[in-house]
Design a protein around this ligand. Structure first.
Ligand SMILES: [Zn+2]
Length: 485
């Protein structure tokens, strides 16, 4: 607990952002997002993590296949098992096999390949799930708050080399049998995910996404950057020029939300020295600093196969996956500088005492004069072991997981504020953080919130938890890991 930032916002309004128990435990264990773009792993445990590429996919992936347990398998399922096991041996001249593993709990037969020419890594998961999933993720750490990763995420879906219509994404949503189709910008990576139960539809979606990320119209036609990022508009001759743009407008909305302002400020205060100290979504004040050239360069630098992780899962043919992706990947040469160039630097724990930060935010005249208070910790500044990660998740559940958990209960029942803020543990980025606080706090109670949190943590550190409470949290987390869907 050497590192600590604390903020007080001068007025309060808005909605509750309490994290549900379910979401919390998912967040605690969706470590895949971190592994996906980490070093190639040789261990089996990272496979089950790697297929969970972020929360959305985590919920949408293959279902738990307990029927595949060989002890209870019927002759028919044994045949399926044999067929699935054979997929581990599928090879393709353009790919080398790095490692293979079976995640029995999920009925997932996993092979990690490397594309020889481009260096792209491809995780292929064969299962009996007819919901076929494709994803491609690039590590895209920004150096400023122009929102370049976010604008690019919007822009690559505005037409590409093979799919020349201006809005293939909208057409896909309308005409496809897709069960999932989306893209996400995280503080350090950008993910594109599609899923469908129809094989032909699925291959079409994979082609559209692969062509979009590697050959977007946006890098040659500056109108896309202007439309999705920012441009100036003159609505009326007598009025001044105004900034417009899809992401610009979206982020203006985000920046007017007190809750999102607090979470962003908390993250930036915990990570003053690395990429998490800037906003990958884009700060509306800074977005117009982004030139078309910088935007196109960002694509060139980070949207290279060598800086990507590709994954497939479902009951589609493994050899076809490799063949299909080779058509795109074989057009790229290796890029030795691409992956090291996107590496995220560790934020050192450098504060020797708690830091207190205070930010104002705008509210309407009719809203109450209350504060939001959140305490935040940076938990680690080097890689944690899997045991440490699991332990942290159980500790987080004990402290914050349910309305009866000691820290959540004490803070909420203190009477010092209206709703709990900060969901406890957050481990979606390279480094884990812990946040807790209250909103709707009267000015004279701001310090008492801090005192209550610290006193509760001290009490827990001295007295520990009951065996029953520990067993119950471990059961809940084990259940979520085994049956996440
Ligand atoms: Zn957006």
């Amino acid at each position: 607990m050497a590192f600590f930032a604390y903020m007080t916002l001068s007025l309060s309004r808005g909605h509750t952002v309490a994290t549900s128990v379910r979401a919390l435990s998912l967040a605690s264990f969706s470590t895949g997002a971190r592994h996906v773009l980490g070093k190639p792993s040789a261990g089996g445990s990272s496979f089950s993590a790697a297929v969970n590429n972020g929360p959305a996919f985590y919920r949408r992936g293959f279902h738990s296949s307990s029927i595949l347990n060989s002890a209870t398998a019927s002759p028919e399922t044994s045949n399926n098992l044999e067929a699935l096991e054979k997929t581990l041996d599928v090879t393709h001249p353009a790919f080398e096999t790095i490692t293979k593993d079976i995640v029995t709990e999920y009925g997932a037969y996993c092979t990690l390949y490397r594309h020889k020419k481009s260096g792209a890594e491809l995780l292929s998961v064969a299962s009996d799930d007819d919901n076929k999933v494709f994803g491609i993720t690039f590590r895209t750490p920004p150096e400023d708050s122009t929102g370049v990763p976010h604008i690019l995420e919007h822009s690559v879906l505005c037409g590409s080399r093979k799919y020349t219509t201006k809005d293939p994404f909208v057409q896909l949503l309308q005409g496809s049998l897709q069960t999932f189709l989306n893209a996400f910008t995280y503080p350090d990576r950008t993910c594109y995910v599609v899923a469908s139960q129809n094989e032909k539809d699925f291959y079409n979606l994979v082609n559209v996404y692969a062509d979009a990320v590697f050959y977007p119209r946006a890098v040659s036609d500056s109108n896309v950057h202007a439309q999705e990022g920012w441009h100036l508009e003159l609505e009326d001759k007598s009025k001044p020029l105004t900034y417009k743009g899809v992401v610009y407008n979206e982020m203006k909305g985000v920046y007017s939300s007190p809750d999102s302002l607090m979470y962003r400020s908390a993250q930036q205060s915990l990570f003053p020295d690395n990429t998490y100290g800037v906003d990958s979504g884009g700060d509306p004040i800074v977005i117009p600093d982004l030139s078309f050239e910088q935007f196109a360069d960002f694509h060139k630098k980070f949207y290279h196969p060598a800086n990507s992780r590709i994954y497939f899962s479902g009951d589609d043919d493994v050899a076809t996956r490799l063949e299909l992706m080779d058509e795109y990947l074989s057009e790229f040469d290796a890029s030795p500088e691409s992956k090291p160039g996107s590496e995220i630097k560790w934020q050192a724990k450098k504060f020797t005492e708690p830091q207190r930060l205070q930010f104002p935010y705008p509210v309407g005249e009719d809203q109450p004069d209350t504060h939001m208070v959140m305490m935040n910790w940076l938990l680690n500044d080097s890689r944690m072991s899997l045991t440490d990660e699991l332990t942290l998740g159980i500790l987080d559940h004990l402290l914050m997981g349910t309305t009866q958990s000691i820290l959540r209960k004490t803070v909420l029942e203190s009477g010092l504020g209206a709703a709990v803020v900060g969901g406890g543990l957050s481990d979606e980025l390279l480094q884990a953080t812990f946040s807790v606080g209250l909103k709707g706090v009267d000015k004279e109670n701001v310090e008492k919130v801090e005192e209550t949190i610290v006193a509760t943590l001290k009490k827990v550190a001295e007295e520990g938890f009951s065996d029953d409470a520990i067993a119950s949290s471990m059961n809940t987390i084990e259940f979520d890991v085994r049956f996440p869907f």
